[in-house]
Design a protein around this ligand. Sequence first.
Ligand SMILES: [Zn+2]
Ligand SMILES: [Zn+2]
Ligand SMILES: [Zn+2]
Ligand SMILES: [Zn+2]
Ligand SMILES: [Zn+2]
Ligand SMILES: [Zn+2]
Ligand SMILES: [Zn+2]
Length: 478
Amino acid sequence: MSRTRETPEAMDNTAVPFVTALALYPILEALVSHLRPNDLVNLTTTCQVVNNQIRMREKQVKASLLTKTLCPGTGLQARLKRHCPCRTRGWHSYCGCGGEGYNVTSKPCISCGINTCDECRIHVSYQVYVEDPGLDGHRWWAGYVLNYLFPFAIYPPKGDDGAAWHLQPDMMQSHHDQGRLHLPLYMNGIADAEPISRILDTDLGKNDITPSGRTSRPFEGVYTAVLFKSLLANRKELVCRICFDGMYGAGLSLCSCTLRKRFLDRWTCVPCHLDESKKFDQEHRATRIYSKDGPWIDKIFCRCGDQIVPVGHYEVICRWCNGHVVHVEDDNADANPENVDKQEFTNNEDDEENAGSAPVNLPPDHMAFVNNKDETLSIYVNGSRISGERIGRSIVRDHLSRKGIELPCACCDCSSVACENHHHHQHSDDESEDVNVEASVDGEDVSDHGDDGHNNLEGLDFDDDRIGFDAEMEEDEE
Ligand SMILES: [Zn+2]
Ligand SMILES: [Zn+2]
Ligand SMILES: [Zn+2]
Ligand SMILES: [Zn+2]
Ligand SMILES: [Zn+2]
Ligand SMILES: [Zn+2]
Ligand SMILES: [Zn+2]
């Protein structure tokens, strides 16, 4: 950036001081830092002289100025169009744009170059909400994964660093990309929360993202990591042996991508992230022929046009870094236990003294809902008592409803662009619709676990080759 340093003629200066002042780079820079990109454009289009002075027609000057403007807020707008807020009605929320004075840092987006605040850039997890006091005797936190629709429960990191999560709600700030990810708020399930740092730092050149929490009944750990499946699948290009050998000969590096490197170390505004993921999604789909009867793939093609024949005859290239992905569990991403650093699991935070009376003769895999002495919930299943943060929000809601406690409506009536994919009952004036009818039928506090919890996840993209939400949502735009 060449700086114009000459002092303007005194005569001109008195004639049009504002316009000549703009030619002084430090003044221009200071002015621009108080404008959003649109304001800058308006300023330059309203006055030809100003336009000449600011030199917005010159690509480089324009680009340089846009790295210094206030964040335009487009990332936050895109987020709000995609993230359904309906499950967290009445919670405290943390959200704002640095361009409107919200206290977050801004940096130029690595893709479009426009100065973008931390709230308008892509995060792997956005922690947006806190509920205090919360249901079931503990505080709840929630937020979103990337630009996916459903809110998830998020818990503070284990250990001392959770202190900032327990401040008074109005003193709190967002903890994006931190803490532990639990289940979607609407899901009837039990799971160990998954440390987000582990998700962020998984070496994707060698592993898929798998849960470290328990995944066998009654635990549904699989759903804490399920949203990453299509994202990670779309980044894998399958190439035939011949093409691979050619690439290898030309020098192929190993992929060592992580979500942290990809999404956090690259400061990317949400609109640029959406463009990018749309591109990967299109590239991915262009190599596949889908079955007419469902979301299954019939054929996969290599970049050379040859059909990829299964197992052992292809290699995987990472579309993010063009490196070689060496792991082999491509079709079996839910189970690679060797790579998982197992957590120490506990079933409760409270004292056994607090336990209500344990059910007798409970059949295997059946769950009994029992009130603890402090009125919180325990679930007895296969001889264990499970309570506290492991219990999904929706189970707690249903339990309280059965006890006759009225809760704020959680029907979805937002205008999220992905809402048609959202499995929810329609909002109605009759709030009693919120009560899970099936659950209240067996009212006896003992219910078969069944597969009820899974029904809610039908719309979720956990099949590798189902079309991701990113792509579908983009088509709704413009
Ligand atoms: Zn912003
Ligand atoms: Zn951008
Ligand atoms: Zn890679
Ligand atoms: Zn090929
Ligand atoms: Zn409702
Ligand atoms: Zn909604
Ligand atoms: Zn909806």
